[in-house]
Ligand binder design. Structure first.
Ligand code: BV8
Ligand code: ZN
Length: 237
């Protein structure tokens, strides 16, 4: 895999950089990806986009908690990989780095990234279904019901068919429209509106770079495709 001289020069002088990550950036930490690579996260025979859907919260909230409790347990032992640490270091390298992730695993924060825009929420937080009060599950168990209003709690994660956290995508879109350089790392670019961000960056004149062992629907739009694993490619910068 070759990094062009043009990209190296741009990387050296860029001020406004956007990084969009997906499940692939956590793959080398041992987190299963959703698509491709054969280890799709099917659980109890239910494909993830069935159980991670808004209507499952209505239909069977205990099953949704079972699914997310299982994944949190699995994630408990995992640690960031070189890709997460490299992206955390980029906060010092650029005047304005915007990290936008579709991941809910919290590994970017564990690696030291600050102000992470989590478009799909975070698996370590529970949220009240009624008043949206949130409760951290990093150190403690979630309460049985909301302390504020008594209603039931759900994972603070954006499920299929649900709106993204208010303002998250809009803020990310503004940063993408102002960016000079946009890295798209470890995403199959199938889920919207997240997958629309690189298109916004491209339309604004940013140089768009994809880091992925496989090609995606985004590859043809990119200025440069670095074919490889994030944990191996990002430390080359
Ligand atoms: C919304 C949280 C609107 C839960 C997730 C038809 C057409 C277009 C759109 C739609 C449609 N039908 C429905 C929609 C909308 C839908 C959508 O886009 N569906 C897609 C699937 C067609 N979107 C939504 O529902 C969103 N909400 O649109 O609301 C709305 C408007 C008004 C009123 C109400 C609502 C909400 C989407 C969020 C859903 N939640 N996750 C959970 O995690 O369980 S999405 C889920 O997919 C994950 O969050 C994940 O982040 C996301 C994207 O997946 P990726 O991150 O890309 O991961 P994936 O496994 O797919 O790919 C991994 C990649 O890594 C691969 O390319 C692989 O090659 C690469 N890789 C592997 N190893 C490595 C690597 N790369 C680098 N290094 C490696 N080592
Ligand atoms: Zn409440």
């Amino acid at each position: 895999m070759h990094i062009s001289a043009e990209l190296r020069q741009l990387f050296a002088r860029a001020k406004r950089v956007v990084v969009l990550t997906g499940a692939g950036v956590s793959a080398e930490s041992g987190v299963p990806t959703f698509r491709g690579g054969g280890n799709t996260a099917v659980w109890k025979g239910m494909p993830f986009d069935v159980i991670s859907s808004a209507e499952m919260v209505e239909r069977d909230l205990p099953a949704v908690w079972e699914w997310f409790d299982y994944r949190r347990n699995f994630l408990q032992e995992l640690t960031p990989n070189p890709a997460h640490y490299e992206i955390a270091r980029w906060q010092e390298r650029f005047a304005e780095l915007t990290l936008v992730t579709q991941n809910i695993d919290g590994l970017h924060q564990k690696a030291g990234s600050l102000e992470v825009i989590e478009l799909h929420g975070n698996i370590w937080r529970a949220r009240c279904t009624a008043c949206r009060t949130t409760y951290s599950m990093v150190q403690e168990k979630r309460p049985d019901a909301c302390f504020e209003c008594g209603d039931s709690l759900r994972p603070d994660v954006v499920l299929f068919g649900e709106m993204l956290p208010p303002g998250a995508f809009e803020f990310a879109a503004v940063r993408a429209s102002q960016s000079e350089l946009c890295f798209v790392v470890g995403t199959s670019a199938l889920v919207y509106p997240a997958a629309g961000l690189p298109e916004i960056a491209k339309a604004a004149g940013a140089y768009v770079v994809e880091v992925n062992p496989e090609r995606t629907p985004l590859s043809s739009l990119c200025d440069e495709v670095l074919t490889g694993k994030a944990g191996e490619v990002l430390p080359l910068f």
